[in-house]
Design a protein around this ligand. Structure first.
Ligand SMILES: [Fe+2]
Ligand SMILES: [Fe+2]
Length: 476
Protein backbone atom coordinates (compact mmCIF):
# COMPACT_ATOMS: atom_id res chain seq x y z
CA UNK A 1 0.00 0.00 0.00
CA UNK A 2 1.13 3.53 -0.71
CA UNK A 3 2.25 5.46 2.33
CA UNK A 4 1.50 9.06 2.90
CA UNK A 5 4.57 11.21 3.05
CA UNK A 6 4.17 13.76 5.84
CA UNK A 7 7.66 15.19 5.50
CA UNK A 8 6.55 16.93 2.32
CA UNK A 9 5.10 20.43 2.42
CA UNK A 10 1.99 18.86 0.93
CA UNK A 11 1.34 15.42 2.44
CA UNK A 12 0.60 13.01 -0.38
CA UNK A 13 0.70 9.45 -1.60
CA UNK A 14 1.09 10.35 -5.27
CA UNK A 15 4.87 10.74 -5.33
CA UNK A 16 4.65 14.46 -5.68
CA UNK A 17 8.39 14.83 -5.06
CA UNK A 18 9.01 13.09 -8.39
CA UNK A 19 7.15 15.69 -10.39
CA UNK A 20 8.79 19.01 -9.58
CA UNK A 21 6.65 21.10 -11.92
CA UNK A 22 3.42 19.81 -10.45
CA UNK A 23 4.80 20.08 -6.93
CA UNK A 24 5.78 23.71 -7.50
CA UNK A 25 2.38 24.54 -8.99
CA UNK A 26 0.58 23.03 -6.02
CA UNK A 27 2.95 24.71 -3.55
CA UNK A 28 2.04 27.94 -5.24
CA UNK A 29 -1.67 27.23 -4.74
CA UNK A 30 -1.21 26.15 -1.12
CA UNK A 31 -0.80 29.64 0.45
CA UNK A 32 -3.86 30.81 -1.49
CA UNK A 33 -5.83 27.95 -0.05
CA UNK A 34 -4.65 28.92 3.44
CA UNK A 35 -5.63 32.54 2.83
CA UNK A 36 -9.06 31.35 1.75
CA UNK A 37 -9.33 29.13 4.85
CA UNK A 38 -8.40 32.03 7.14
CA UNK A 39 -10.86 34.35 5.51
CA UNK A 40 -13.81 32.10 4.71
CA UNK A 41 -13.40 29.13 7.06
CA UNK A 42 -14.12 28.89 10.82
CA UNK A 43 -11.67 31.73 11.31
CA UNK A 44 -12.86 32.82 14.76
CA UNK A 45 -11.58 29.49 16.02
CA UNK A 46 -8.16 29.60 14.39
CA UNK A 47 -6.29 29.45 17.69
CA UNK A 48 -8.28 26.77 19.51
CA UNK A 49 -7.14 23.17 19.95
CA UNK A 50 -9.40 20.65 18.26
CA UNK A 51 -9.37 16.88 18.55
CA UNK A 52 -9.28 15.92 14.86
CA UNK A 53 -8.56 12.93 12.73
CA UNK A 54 -6.06 13.19 9.90
CA UNK A 55 -5.57 10.64 7.16
CA UNK A 56 -2.30 8.74 7.50
CA UNK A 57 -2.95 5.94 5.04
CA UNK A 58 -5.58 4.87 2.57
CA UNK A 59 -6.27 1.46 4.07
CA UNK A 60 -9.78 0.66 5.20
CA UNK A 61 -8.24 -0.30 8.55
CA UNK A 62 -6.48 2.33 10.55
CA UNK A 63 -6.33 5.04 7.93
CA UNK A 64 -6.73 7.89 10.37
CA UNK A 65 -4.72 9.35 13.19
CA UNK A 66 -6.46 11.27 15.99
CA UNK A 67 -4.84 14.16 17.79
CA UNK A 68 -5.16 17.73 18.90
CA UNK A 69 -4.47 20.37 16.26
CA UNK A 70 -5.16 24.01 15.60
CA UNK A 71 -7.19 24.04 12.40
CA UNK A 72 -4.88 26.25 10.30
CA UNK A 73 -2.15 23.66 11.05
CA UNK A 74 -4.22 20.77 9.74
CA UNK A 75 -2.21 18.79 7.18
CA UNK A 76 -4.35 19.01 4.09
CA UNK A 77 -3.00 16.66 1.51
CA UNK A 78 -3.51 14.56 -1.59
CA UNK A 79 -4.56 10.99 -1.02
CA UNK A 80 -5.71 8.53 -3.64
CA UNK A 81 -7.01 5.05 -2.91
CA UNK A 82 -4.58 2.37 -4.02
CA UNK A 83 -4.90 1.37 -7.67
CA UNK A 84 -6.75 -1.81 -8.54
CA UNK A 85 -4.50 -3.96 -10.71
CA UNK A 86 -5.72 -4.44 -14.28
CA UNK A 87 -8.87 -2.43 -13.65
CA UNK A 88 -11.10 -2.26 -16.69
CA UNK A 89 -13.88 0.12 -17.71
CA UNK A 90 -17.01 -0.92 -15.86
CA UNK A 91 -19.81 0.52 -17.98
CA UNK A 92 -20.75 2.25 -21.23
CA UNK A 93 -19.56 1.78 -24.80
CA UNK A 94 -15.99 0.89 -23.86
CA UNK A 95 -16.98 -1.68 -21.25
CA UNK A 96 -14.16 -4.15 -20.53
CA UNK A 97 -11.31 -2.08 -22.01
CA UNK A 98 -8.43 -0.92 -19.80
CA UNK A 99 -9.14 2.21 -17.73
CA UNK A 100 -7.49 5.50 -18.67
CA UNK A 101 -4.53 6.95 -16.82
CA UNK A 102 -4.87 10.22 -18.74
CA UNK A 103 -7.96 12.17 -19.80
CA UNK A 104 -8.87 11.34 -23.40
CA UNK A 105 -8.86 14.60 -25.39
CA UNK A 106 -12.43 14.18 -26.64
CA UNK A 107 -13.81 14.01 -23.07
CA UNK A 108 -11.62 16.68 -21.59
CA UNK A 109 -14.18 19.45 -21.26
CA UNK A 110 -16.83 17.14 -19.84
CA UNK A 111 -14.42 15.82 -17.22
CA UNK A 112 -13.27 19.31 -16.37
CA UNK A 113 -16.82 20.52 -15.85
CA UNK A 114 -17.70 17.56 -13.61
CA UNK A 115 -14.55 17.93 -11.51
CA UNK A 116 -14.98 21.68 -11.15
CA UNK A 117 -18.63 21.29 -10.15
CA UNK A 118 -17.76 18.67 -7.54
CA UNK A 119 -14.77 20.69 -6.36
CA UNK A 120 -16.87 23.83 -6.01
CA UNK A 121 -19.23 22.24 -3.47
CA UNK A 122 -16.40 21.41 -1.05
CA UNK A 123 -15.24 24.93 -0.12
CA UNK A 124 -18.82 26.16 -0.57
CA UNK A 125 -20.01 24.13 2.40
CA UNK A 126 -17.17 25.44 4.59
CA UNK A 127 -18.28 28.96 3.68
CA UNK A 128 -21.92 28.17 4.41
CA UNK A 129 -21.03 26.89 7.89
CA UNK A 130 -18.52 29.57 8.67
CA UNK A 131 -20.24 31.07 11.72
CA UNK A 132 -21.92 27.98 13.15
CA UNK A 133 -19.22 27.39 15.73
CA UNK A 134 -20.52 30.29 17.82
CA UNK A 135 -23.80 28.53 18.56
CA UNK A 136 -22.66 24.92 19.05
CA UNK A 137 -24.93 22.71 21.19
CA UNK A 138 -21.90 20.96 22.74
CA UNK A 139 -18.13 20.59 22.40
CA UNK A 140 -18.69 17.18 20.84
CA UNK A 141 -20.77 18.78 18.08
CA UNK A 142 -18.36 21.65 17.68
CA UNK A 143 -15.57 19.17 17.06
CA UNK A 144 -17.67 17.30 14.48
CA UNK A 145 -18.39 20.55 12.66
CA UNK A 146 -14.68 21.34 12.50
CA UNK A 147 -13.83 17.79 11.42
CA UNK A 148 -16.25 18.14 8.52
CA UNK A 149 -14.88 21.59 7.66
CA UNK A 150 -11.25 20.46 7.46
CA UNK A 151 -12.24 17.41 5.42
CA UNK A 152 -14.25 19.48 2.96
CA UNK A 153 -11.09 21.56 2.66
CA UNK A 154 -9.21 18.35 1.92
CA UNK A 155 -11.79 17.39 -0.69
CA UNK A 156 -11.05 20.68 -2.38
CA UNK A 157 -7.38 19.62 -2.42
CA UNK A 158 -8.41 16.28 -3.92
CA UNK A 159 -10.13 17.98 -6.87
CA UNK A 160 -7.44 20.64 -7.27
CA UNK A 161 -4.80 17.93 -7.52
CA UNK A 162 -6.69 16.30 -10.42
CA UNK A 163 -7.10 19.68 -12.13
CA UNK A 164 -3.42 20.55 -11.75
CA UNK A 165 -2.07 17.14 -12.62
CA UNK A 166 -4.24 16.34 -15.66
CA UNK A 167 -5.67 19.56 -17.09
CA UNK A 168 -2.62 21.76 -17.58
CA UNK A 169 -3.13 25.47 -17.68
CA UNK A 170 -6.95 25.30 -17.77
CA UNK A 171 -6.82 23.16 -14.68
CA UNK A 172 -4.64 25.66 -12.82
CA UNK A 173 -7.03 28.47 -13.76
CA UNK A 174 -10.00 26.48 -12.56
CA UNK A 175 -8.19 25.84 -9.27
CA UNK A 176 -7.85 29.61 -8.78
CA UNK A 177 -11.52 30.09 -9.56
CA UNK A 178 -12.49 27.54 -6.93
CA UNK A 179 -11.12 29.99 -4.36
CA UNK A 180 -12.61 33.05 -6.06
CA UNK A 181 -16.29 32.03 -6.09
CA UNK A 182 -18.03 32.24 -2.71
CA UNK A 183 -21.23 30.84 -1.30
CA UNK A 184 -24.04 33.37 -1.63
CA UNK A 185 -21.82 35.97 -3.33
CA UNK A 186 -23.93 38.17 -5.63
CA UNK A 187 -21.23 38.56 -8.25
CA UNK A 188 -19.43 35.24 -8.01
CA UNK A 189 -21.68 32.66 -6.39
CA UNK A 190 -20.95 28.95 -6.06
CA UNK A 191 -22.08 26.87 -9.04
CA UNK A 192 -24.99 24.93 -7.52
CA UNK A 193 -28.04 26.53 -5.92
CA UNK A 194 -28.13 24.63 -2.61
CA UNK A 195 -24.54 25.63 -1.92
CA UNK A 196 -25.48 29.29 -1.88
CA UNK A 197 -28.08 28.89 0.86
CA UNK A 198 -26.76 30.04 4.22
CA UNK A 199 -26.65 27.56 7.09
CA UNK A 200 -27.26 29.67 10.13
CA UNK A 201 -28.53 27.17 12.65
CA UNK A 202 -27.63 23.64 13.69
CA UNK A 203 -30.93 22.11 12.67
CA UNK A 204 -30.17 23.25 9.12
CA UNK A 205 -26.60 22.01 9.51
CA UNK A 206 -27.71 18.50 10.45
CA UNK A 207 -30.25 18.53 7.59
CA UNK A 208 -27.49 19.69 5.23
CA UNK A 209 -25.20 16.83 6.34
CA UNK A 210 -28.05 14.37 6.06
CA UNK A 211 -29.46 15.45 2.69
CA UNK A 212 -26.99 17.64 0.82
CA UNK A 213 -23.78 15.86 1.79
CA UNK A 214 -25.54 12.65 0.83
CA UNK A 215 -25.95 14.01 -2.67
CA UNK A 216 -22.16 14.43 -2.53
CA UNK A 217 -21.82 10.82 -1.50
CA UNK A 218 -23.81 9.68 -4.54
CA UNK A 219 -21.92 11.94 -6.94
CA UNK A 220 -18.63 10.63 -5.53
CA UNK A 221 -19.84 7.06 -5.78
CA UNK A 222 -20.63 7.49 -9.44
CA UNK A 223 -17.33 9.26 -10.12
CA UNK A 224 -15.55 6.46 -8.23
CA UNK A 225 -16.71 4.24 -11.11
CA UNK A 226 -15.16 6.51 -13.72
CA UNK A 227 -12.90 5.11 -16.42
CA UNK A 228 -10.45 7.92 -15.68
CA UNK A 229 -8.62 5.99 -13.00
CA UNK A 230 -6.94 8.81 -11.02
CA UNK A 231 -10.36 10.44 -10.58
CA UNK A 232 -11.94 7.14 -9.53
CA UNK A 233 -9.20 6.57 -6.94
CA UNK A 234 -9.47 10.13 -5.63
CA UNK A 235 -13.22 9.77 -5.15
CA UNK A 236 -12.91 6.37 -3.53
CA UNK A 237 -10.78 7.81 -0.78
CA UNK A 238 -13.02 10.87 -0.39
CA UNK A 239 -15.91 8.49 0.32
CA UNK A 240 -14.02 7.10 3.32
CA UNK A 241 -14.00 10.57 4.87
CA UNK A 242 -17.51 11.37 3.67
CA UNK A 243 -19.02 8.54 5.75
CA UNK A 244 -18.43 10.62 8.86
CA UNK A 245 -20.39 13.54 7.42
CA UNK A 246 -23.40 11.26 6.84
CA UNK A 247 -22.99 10.01 10.39
CA UNK A 248 -23.06 13.54 11.81
CA UNK A 249 -26.26 14.33 9.91
CA UNK A 250 -28.06 11.13 10.81
CA UNK A 251 -27.10 11.02 14.47
CA UNK A 252 -27.64 14.78 14.83
CA UNK A 253 -31.24 14.56 13.62
CA UNK A 254 -31.75 11.32 15.57
CA UNK A 255 -30.58 13.00 18.79
CA UNK A 256 -33.00 15.87 18.21
CA UNK A 257 -35.86 13.38 17.84
CA UNK A 258 -34.75 11.59 21.02
CA UNK A 259 -34.67 14.79 23.02
CA UNK A 260 -38.10 15.83 21.73
CA UNK A 261 -39.56 12.47 22.74
CA UNK A 262 -38.06 12.88 26.22
CA UNK A 263 -39.70 16.27 26.56
CA UNK A 264 -43.02 14.94 25.23
CA UNK A 265 -42.88 12.22 27.86
CA UNK A 266 -42.03 14.66 30.65
CA UNK A 267 -44.88 17.02 29.85
CA UNK A 268 -47.27 14.28 28.69
CA UNK A 269 -48.16 16.19 25.54
CA UNK A 270 -47.23 16.50 21.90
CA UNK A 271 -48.49 20.06 21.68
CA UNK A 272 -45.85 22.02 19.70
CA UNK A 273 -46.28 25.11 21.85
CA UNK A 274 -45.77 23.15 25.06
CA UNK A 275 -42.71 21.45 23.58
CA UNK A 276 -41.29 24.80 22.54
CA UNK A 277 -41.81 26.17 26.02
CA UNK A 278 -39.41 23.45 27.12
CA UNK A 279 -36.90 24.49 24.51
CA UNK A 280 -37.13 21.43 22.25
CA UNK A 281 -37.89 20.99 18.56
CA UNK A 282 -41.47 19.82 17.92
CA UNK A 283 -41.71 17.09 15.28
CA UNK A 284 -43.88 19.07 12.81
CA UNK A 285 -41.17 21.74 12.83
CA UNK A 286 -38.53 19.12 12.12
CA UNK A 287 -40.72 17.78 9.30
CA UNK A 288 -40.81 21.22 7.66
CA UNK A 289 -37.01 21.40 7.77
CA UNK A 290 -36.79 17.94 6.20
CA UNK A 291 -39.19 19.05 3.44
CA UNK A 292 -37.04 22.06 2.72
CA UNK A 293 -33.62 20.42 2.59
CA UNK A 294 -34.74 17.24 0.86
CA UNK A 295 -36.48 19.05 -1.99
CA UNK A 296 -33.60 21.46 -2.38
CA UNK A 297 -31.05 18.63 -2.53
CA UNK A 298 -33.03 16.65 -5.13
CA UNK A 299 -32.37 19.31 -7.72
CA UNK A 300 -28.64 18.62 -7.47
CA UNK A 301 -29.13 15.45 -9.50
CA UNK A 302 -30.31 17.37 -12.57
CA UNK A 303 -33.10 16.63 -15.04
CA UNK A 304 -34.88 13.28 -15.13
CA UNK A 305 -34.11 12.90 -18.80
CA UNK A 306 -30.80 14.27 -19.94
CA UNK A 307 -28.77 13.78 -23.08
CA UNK A 308 -25.75 14.93 -21.13
CA UNK A 309 -26.24 12.10 -18.62
CA UNK A 310 -26.50 9.67 -21.53
CA UNK A 311 -23.22 10.90 -23.01
CA UNK A 312 -21.28 10.77 -19.74
CA UNK A 313 -22.50 7.21 -19.16
CA UNK A 314 -21.90 6.04 -22.73
CA UNK A 315 -18.38 7.45 -22.79
CA UNK A 316 -17.41 5.96 -19.44
CA UNK A 317 -17.04 9.28 -17.67
CA UNK A 318 -19.55 8.79 -14.84
CA UNK A 319 -21.17 5.50 -13.85
CA UNK A 320 -23.90 4.56 -11.41
CA UNK A 321 -23.17 4.18 -7.69
CA UNK A 322 -21.93 0.63 -7.05
CA UNK A 323 -21.99 -0.05 -10.79
CA UNK A 324 -20.18 -3.38 -10.50
CA UNK A 325 -22.13 -4.88 -7.62
CA UNK A 326 -25.64 -3.44 -8.12
CA UNK A 327 -26.27 -3.92 -11.83
CA UNK A 328 -26.08 -6.69 -14.40
CA UNK A 329 -26.35 -4.69 -17.59
CA UNK A 330 -23.43 -2.27 -17.66
CA UNK A 331 -23.94 -1.09 -21.20
CA UNK A 332 -27.63 -0.12 -21.12
CA UNK A 333 -27.78 0.51 -24.84
CA UNK A 334 -31.27 -0.88 -25.35
CA UNK A 335 -32.94 -0.84 -21.94
CA UNK A 336 -35.49 1.75 -20.88
CA UNK A 337 -36.57 3.48 -17.70
CA UNK A 338 -40.05 4.60 -16.81
CA UNK A 339 -40.56 8.04 -15.37
CA UNK A 340 -43.63 10.00 -14.36
CA UNK A 341 -43.93 13.46 -15.82
CA UNK A 342 -46.60 16.17 -15.73
CA UNK A 343 -49.10 15.77 -18.57
CA UNK A 344 -49.50 19.52 -19.01
CA UNK A 345 -53.14 19.42 -17.90
CA UNK A 346 -52.65 19.10 -14.16
CA UNK A 347 -52.14 15.34 -14.20
CA UNK A 348 -49.35 12.78 -14.31
CA UNK A 349 -48.39 10.59 -17.24
CA UNK A 350 -45.92 7.74 -17.57
CA UNK A 351 -43.12 8.23 -20.02
CA UNK A 352 -40.43 5.87 -21.19
CA UNK A 353 -36.89 7.07 -21.63
CA UNK A 354 -33.83 5.25 -22.94
CA UNK A 355 -32.01 4.05 -19.82
CA UNK A 356 -28.88 6.04 -20.56
CA UNK A 357 -30.82 9.30 -20.70
CA UNK A 358 -32.44 8.52 -17.36
CA UNK A 359 -29.19 8.07 -15.41
CA UNK A 360 -29.80 11.19 -13.30
CA UNK A 361 -33.10 9.69 -12.23
CA UNK A 362 -31.51 6.31 -11.51
CA UNK A 363 -29.06 8.11 -9.23
CA UNK A 364 -31.79 10.18 -7.61
CA UNK A 365 -33.86 7.04 -6.92
CA UNK A 366 -30.92 5.38 -5.19
CA UNK A 367 -30.39 8.58 -3.20
CA UNK A 368 -34.03 8.73 -2.08
CA UNK A 369 -33.85 5.14 -0.85
CA UNK A 370 -30.71 5.98 1.10
CA UNK A 371 -32.43 9.02 2.64
CA UNK A 372 -35.27 6.82 3.87
CA UNK A 373 -33.03 4.74 6.13
CA UNK A 374 -32.64 7.40 8.81
CA UNK A 375 -36.32 8.29 8.79
CA UNK A 376 -37.24 4.66 9.37
CA UNK A 377 -35.00 4.60 12.43
CA UNK A 378 -36.37 7.85 13.86
CA UNK A 379 -39.95 6.75 13.22
CA UNK A 380 -39.26 3.56 15.14
CA UNK A 381 -38.22 5.66 18.15
CA UNK A 382 -41.35 7.79 17.83
CA UNK A 383 -43.54 4.71 17.62
CA UNK A 384 -41.83 3.05 20.58
CA UNK A 385 -42.45 6.18 22.61
CA UNK A 386 -46.15 5.71 21.90
CA UNK A 387 -46.86 8.51 19.44
CA UNK A 388 -48.41 8.03 16.05
CA UNK A 389 -46.49 10.70 14.24
CA UNK A 390 -44.47 9.71 11.23
CA UNK A 391 -41.67 11.72 9.63
CA UNK A 392 -41.89 11.46 5.85
CA UNK A 393 -39.87 12.46 2.85
CA UNK A 394 -41.96 14.56 0.51
CA UNK A 395 -42.47 13.30 -3.03
CA UNK A 396 -39.53 13.92 -5.34
CA UNK A 397 -41.92 16.05 -7.44
CA UNK A 398 -42.48 18.51 -4.61
CA UNK A 399 -40.95 22.00 -4.89
CA UNK A 400 -38.58 21.18 -7.69
CA UNK A 401 -36.72 23.87 -9.58
CA UNK A 402 -34.98 21.60 -12.09
CA UNK A 403 -36.30 18.90 -14.41
CA UNK A 404 -39.74 17.79 -15.52
CA UNK A 405 -41.37 18.95 -12.29
CA UNK A 406 -39.71 22.35 -12.14
CA UNK A 407 -42.23 24.96 -11.05
CA UNK A 408 -45.15 22.52 -11.19
CA UNK A 409 -47.17 23.05 -8.01
CA UNK A 410 -47.75 19.76 -6.16
CA UNK A 411 -48.61 18.80 -2.61
CA UNK A 412 -46.21 16.86 -0.39
CA UNK A 413 -47.41 13.57 -1.92
CA UNK A 414 -46.55 14.86 -5.39
CA UNK A 415 -50.15 15.36 -6.57
CA UNK A 416 -50.37 18.33 -8.93
CA UNK A 417 -52.49 21.10 -7.40
CA UNK A 418 -53.53 24.59 -8.42
CA UNK A 419 -51.07 27.44 -8.02
CA UNK A 420 -53.34 29.20 -5.50
CA UNK A 421 -53.70 26.16 -3.31
CA UNK A 422 -49.95 25.64 -3.48
CA UNK A 423 -49.17 29.21 -2.48
CA UNK A 424 -51.66 28.95 0.36
CA UNK A 425 -50.29 25.64 1.65
CA UNK A 426 -46.57 26.19 1.21
CA UNK A 427 -46.05 28.11 4.48
CA UNK A 428 -47.33 25.03 6.33
CA UNK A 429 -44.97 22.74 4.46
CA UNK A 430 -41.74 24.67 4.79
CA UNK A 431 -40.13 26.37 7.79
CA UNK A 432 -42.04 29.60 8.42
CA UNK A 433 -40.45 32.84 9.58
CA UNK A 434 -41.60 32.07 13.12
CA UNK A 435 -40.17 28.52 12.91
CA UNK A 436 -36.84 30.02 11.92
CA UNK A 437 -37.01 32.60 14.67
CA UNK A 438 -37.74 29.90 17.19
CA UNK A 439 -34.87 27.72 15.97
CA UNK A 440 -32.63 30.75 16.07
CA UNK A 441 -33.64 31.40 19.67
CA UNK A 442 -32.45 27.87 20.54
CA UNK A 443 -28.99 28.53 19.18
CA UNK A 444 -27.19 29.34 22.42
CA UNK A 445 -23.72 27.97 22.65
CA UNK A 446 -22.96 25.23 25.17
CA UNK A 447 -19.27 24.64 25.75
CA UNK A 448 -19.02 22.91 29.11
CA UNK A 449 -17.53 19.44 28.44
CA UNK A 450 -20.28 16.79 28.31
CA UNK A 451 -23.15 19.30 28.48
CA UNK A 452 -25.76 19.45 25.72
CA UNK A 453 -28.18 22.17 24.64
CA UNK A 454 -31.77 21.51 25.74
CA UNK A 455 -32.95 20.66 22.22
CA UNK A 456 -30.58 17.75 21.55
CA UNK A 457 -29.85 14.47 23.36
CA UNK A 458 -26.23 13.48 24.05
CA UNK A 459 -24.60 11.12 21.55
CA UNK A 460 -24.45 7.44 22.42
CA UNK A 461 -20.67 7.51 22.46
CA UNK A 462 -17.81 9.92 22.08
CA UNK A 463 -15.24 10.24 19.33
CA UNK A 464 -12.64 7.48 18.91
CA UNK A 465 -13.67 5.69 22.13
CA UNK A 466 -13.25 8.81 24.26
CA UNK A 467 -16.00 9.70 26.73
CA UNK A 468 -18.77 12.06 25.65
CA UNK A 469 -17.58 14.62 28.21
CA UNK A 470 -14.05 14.74 26.80
CA UNK A 471 -12.93 18.29 26.05
CA UNK A 472 -12.98 17.88 22.26
CA UNK A 473 -12.29 21.55 21.67
CA UNK A 474 -10.13 23.63 24.01
CA UNK A 475 -11.48 27.07 23.54
CA UNK A 476 -8.76 29.15 25.16
FE1 LIG B 1 -16.79 16.61 0.57
FE1 LIG C 1 -19.02 16.03 3.07
Amino acid sequence: MSNIDYSDKIPNNVNLANDRTLQRALEHWQPRFLDWWREMGPNDFASVDVYLRTAVGVDAQGWAHYGTVKMPDYRWGIFLADPIANRTIGFGDSFGQPVWQQVPGEFRSQFRRLIVTQGDTEPASVEQQHRLGHTCPSLYDLRNLFQINVEEGRHLWAMVYILHAYFGRDGREEAEELLARHSGDVDKPRILGTFNEPIEDWLSFFCFCYFTDRDGKFQLKSLAESSFDPLARTCRFMLTEEAHHMFVGETGLGRIVRRTLEVMKEIGSDDPEAIRRRGAVDLPLLQRYLNYWFSSSLDLFGSEVSSNAATTFASGIKGRPDETTQYRDHVCSDSTFEIEVPDGRGGVVKDTSPMRNAMNEVLRDAYVRDCEIGLKRWNMHIKRAGYNFELKLPSSRFRRAIGAWANIPTDLEGRPIGREEYDRSLPGWLPSASDRDYVKSLMQRVVEPGKMAAWIAPPERGVNNLPVDYEYVRLN
